[in-house]
Design a protein around this ligand. Structure first.
Ligand SMILES: N[C@@H](CCC(=O)N[C@@H](CS)C(=O)NCC(=O)O)C(=O)O
Length: 353
């Protein structure tokens, strides 16, 4: 990762395999941003670069995406440009949506029609309520797409994954946390400056808390502890049971039946009936969040299915559960519509993740 110097242009901290960092990348394409509008800096999650003190100064949650935006242009490079970091996917998207609007392009004298900037925020109260419901679902803990990648449905699968990407990921992150913790400890002991000592103590506490949070994964993947492996498989099964809840909600929404369980008048008013997108004929911000969630679920299913691709892989995995409803036809068409867009083609050109 490069340094955290304030920039006079927006910087998006991102990683190609990250679910949520993919969402602003989809948004940049949908809104017609040019490559030079936003600088993209890679933070390698597989190496735990998000735990570096430099990145923690930008985003104390150590998550991606982060969008750092300048608050004011300055005339002299010697003056600091004030900037702020936007550290949640939802807020990053709102900012990207609003910052490239037809109104702003008109003010700048740019030809908005040559490179349009569609408004992607829902246009109605009903649309907002539907978007909110799906944002809570896909960003919630119950079907957390990052956990689904790391977990597995059985202890045998956890053991297999210990020798695959999941095991490497957990090992690398653990090593990074230990390395940064010991650097903070040695910088604390080698200075008499109380401010530096205070900063190091805060960092050490951050790393200790994170190491404690990661312990169940470390016990399962690095130590091979049988109880931790069983616990991870049980949690994985539970998460997989929640996947159809989200899929059913998507299918119901696309059928115009999603609003307030059975309130068909509200559903009809929302305009969602008929799709192809969650709020109707126009793609909106919520489709980018739900689309990235779906892409990750399909990618995990592909990893588990051994050969089948995309929706077929997901159907195969869901079929292992009794009483499953599979993947609805509208959801399948929704996924196809999303993947037909240049934004999804670009972000998932090297495969789903
Ligand atoms: N709710 C947060 C979640 C972001 C998040 O969990 N991002 C993942 C990558 S997809 C991450 O940075 N994980 C790093 C970590 O947990 O160490 C958001 O939407 O911004």
């Amino acid at each position: 990762m490069t340094s955290a110097t304030p920039q006079s242009k927006a910087v998006l901290y991102s990683f190609p395999g990250s679910v949520w960092a993919s969402v602003p990348r989809l948004c940049l394409v949908e809104k017609g941003y040019e490559a030079h509008d936003v600088e993209i800096k890679t933070v390698n999650l597989l190496l735990g670069e998000n735990f570096s003190p430099a990145y923690l100064r930008i985003n104390p949650k150590a998550t991606l995406p982060t969008l750092v935006v300048p608050l004011a242009e300055t005339m002299s490079s010697e003056m600091d440009t004030k900037f702020r970091a936007i550290t949640s996917t939802r807020e990053v998207l709102k900012f990207l949506d609003q910052s490239r609007s037809a109104h702003i392009l008109d003010q700048r004298g740019e030809n908005a029609t040559a490179n349009p900037a569609p408004v992607l925020a829902p246009a109605t109260v009903e649309g907002n309520a539907i978007a909110e419901k799906f944002l809570e679902m896909v960003h919630g803990m119950e079907a957390d797409p990052n956990f689904l990648l790391l977990a597995a449905k059985s202890p045998e699968d956890v053991k297999k994954q210990a020798g695959a990407m999941q095991g490497t990921f957990v090992k690398n992150r653990h090593a990074a946390l230990q390395k940064y913790r010991s650097e903070a400890a040695s910088s604390s002991s080698s200075t008499e400056n109380p401010r530096t000592q205070q900063q190091s103590a805060a960092l050490i506490k951050w790393y200790d808390d994170k190491l404690a949070e990661e312990k169940p994964l470390v016990d399962a993947y690095i130590r091979g502890d049988a109880q931790a492996i069983a616990g991870l498989a049980a949690a994985g099964q539970k998460a997989w049971q929640h996947v159809p809840v989200v899929l059913d909600a998507i299918e119901a929404e696309l059928a115009g039946q999603g609003a307030a369980a059975g309130d068909s008048a509200a559903a009809a008013a929302s305009g969602s009936a008929g799709g192809p997108y969650l709020l109707g004929g126009q793609l909106s911000l919520v489709d980018l969040h739900v689309g990235a969630w779906l892409a990750r679920i399909l990618a995990v299913a592909e990893g588990m299915a051994g050969g089948a691709k995309g929706i077929d892989a997901l159907k195969q995995i869901l079929a292992q559960e009794s009483g499953n409803k599979g993947v609805g036809a509208r959801t399948e068409a929704y996924w196809k519509a999303l993947m037909g867009r240049p934004s999804f083609q670009e972000v998932y050109k090297d495969g789903l993740h």
